[in-house]
Design a protein around this ligand. Sequence first.
Ligand code: H79
Length: 569
Amino acid sequence: MRTLLCLTVSMAALGAGLVAGGAGPANDDARLAWWREARFGLFIHWGPVALKGTEIGWSRGAQVPVAEYDQLYRRFNPTNFDATAWARLAREAGCRYLILTAKHHDGFALWDSAVSDYDIAATPFRRDVVKELGEACRREGVVFGTYYSILDWWHPDYPTGSPGGRTRKPNPNMARYVQYLHAQVTELIRDHGPLGVMWFDGEWEAPWTEEMGRELYALCRRLQPSIIVNNRVAKARRGMEGASAADRFAGDYDTPEQRVGRYQDDRPWESCITLCRQWAWKPNDRMKSLEQCLRTLALCAGGDGNLLLNVGPMPDGRIEPRQAARLREIGAWLRTHGEAVYGTRGGPWKPGPWGASTRRDRRVYLHLFQPDQPVRLPRLPRRIVSARTLPGKPVTLRQEDDSLRIEVPAGARETPITVVVLELDGSAMDLPAVETGPPNLARGCAAKASNVFQGMVTTYGPAKAVDGRENTRWATDAGTRQAWLELDLGQPRTIGAVTIQEAYPGRVQRFRIERETAGGWETILEGGRLGERFHRSFDPVKARRVRLSIQDATEGPTIAEFALHPPGH
Ligand code: H79
């Protein structure tokens, strides 16, 4: 019922476009409103590969020989599959939508596809899993969507046959493959819809072009104007970080994978993260704790994104009881704390080790991860009229000069997250997001660099590494192995810690941080890999000019942020 209503409303509002706000989270296309409000979805990775317990995305031709893998469907007979049980579990988990892998990279279709015999109809099971699950979800009030991998290692017309294109088909025909892909996507949307979301993947391989992506997006919207399509439909995604390049066609939302996305309130995003370690079912796979799950959800919501939490059902059609139990625990927490998640926007405080914040109207919800420690956050330009935990217990609040100190009395603390509701004297929605990290002495300082990607200084210049924005970066030319970034703090400052964020984590292999002294450059610290977020404190030193010297990189280094902190941070 809710699904139908949402889809009708969205269709009426089509074409509203993006309304950029002056401050605070941007309001986008009304078509995405239900999805933003939902905040939490269930991802399901399933197929004949569950019989082997290996990974759906990359075990074909690796852990399982191709000849064996491609015959697994002949004995795929999940007689315990119960669509209603899955849809109900999603609802009990508090998931407002569900995405099923209709077709993964291995090419197998979980529905009865008219254009392929490598599908569920060819298994002993024969029942159309996509159809049954879609119908069950609609009955249970969970919005249904499908995952579809653009690449296809099984299909003879698709050029590559394994990850990284290591094996190639003898007689590929990409134009004909695109027709096949369009036919399958049409079957999903037209015959198994309406769908809330079309979740594409596998777009990174060379045969797929931006033009093909635009056409595919247009096809989806033509078949169902209200449908939401992720950024993997085209070529905009930047690595597993999942954000979209600004100059590329990027679908409707960004898709960080196996990580929480960065705070981003001007474009929708959704982190897809596995409950266990594999996407597809694996016996005795390590499962995340309830604490990890709830904190991940809070960090996503607090960063203004969604969480798509994945389970891989077993080959007999059941979701593992321990995984189902974990999902129900999440749902139980959401029944008492959902007010702080559903229908909120992230911020105004950006997430940090202390926790995260979400907002709706005049309220701000603090999701505190260490409620036994007082939290100090930068003050907001609003008066706080009341502060209580979500069950309504009083919280001690002190508004100091430039910070706000929040302390939860022992009797009011909850694990793994204590939610505090702050009531403001005005709207929380127009407040720009505030950093909660340590003070950054390098922010906005003068910077120069040994090299800038294709000389594009305004887009990728050194200033981008010190602008306080994690979604901009200093980039170097392809093939750069050594580079330096030099900062001038304007006057000698005492520094005691550094944070470095690589935009493409893993490229930097060896680096030094140096300061200029009367006698020349002196090393403050040396390190190996940087990664997504490198933080290190060191014996305080005074410095005006500081240099990041990269001695060894596998590819042109790209630095999203280079921050210097006072001692004690
Ligand atoms: O379905 C799950 C995985 O099976 C699938 N995506 C999730 C949702 C997946 N397939 N492959 N991968 C994940 C890993 C691929 C990583 C890479 Fe890349 C592809 C590394 C280089 C090319 C991603 C795309 C990072 C850069 C481009």
